[in-house]
Design a protein around this ligand. Structure first.
Ligand SMILES: [Zn+2]
Length: 184
């Protein structure tokens, strides 16, 4: 547990503001215990509570099948980083040349993935910037088929009620009994 913990070092901690498990900078320690950290995302300082995620908060790694769209973005970044060889991540420098999908190690923001090349600029997704990504949800999110609710079966009327209302038409939805054609 308390292997590399040191003041000024980085530690994953749950940020109550961001409501995520995020990279924090260790601000104070008592012996081997981290007692105070600063969230690298919102820069808020708070007591270190370990890597415990409170109940009801977003869990980055659990419940994949029922995650919301916002959580999927977080997981996507985490898994992208897992797929990369972080030992080969080059330290970021404006003098370096990076390629798309490359992992770099920024002295302040930590590991980031190059998402786009724009001339002499690169767009980089950092772990600490997950909240920003959540705010930039593209319209493509709505492109998923969310209108397929026509097949929802309406509750069948009781035979008694239906017969009482319309005695001449006892079967509201006649099932196919062999006579496919009607009234010709
Ligand atoms: Zn935060």
């Amino acid at each position: 547990m308390s292997t590399n913990a040191r003041v000024g070092g980085e530690v994953d901690a749950f940020c109550t503001k961001c409501e995520l498990l995020l990279a924090h900078t260790v601000l104070a320690m008592v012996g081997p215990k981290i007692v105070r950290v600063r969230c690298e995302t919102c820069k808020a300082e708070h007591a270190y509570r370990g890597q415990v995620v409170p109940k009801g908060a977003a869990k980055p790694k659990a419940r994949r099948s029922t995650t919301t769209a916002a959580e999927k973005i977080v997981i996507g970044f985490e898994e992208q980083l897992k797929g990369k060889d972080l030992t080969k991540a080059r330290a970021y420098s404006p003098k370096e040349s990076f390629v798309a999908e490359e992992v770099l190690n920024h002295p302040t923001f930590g590991y980031g993935i190059v998402t786009a090349l724009r001339g002499d600029k690169i767009d980089v997704a950092f772990k600490a910037f997950e909240k920003t990504l959540l705010h930039k949800r593209p319209d493509g999110q709505a492109a998923r088929p969310t209108f397929g609710t026509k097949a929802t079966p309406a509750p069948q009327p009781t035979e008694e009620g239906q017969a009482a209302l319309q005695p001449k038409d006892p079967a509201p939805s006649t099932p196919d009994e062999g006579s496919g054609t009607v009234g010709s």
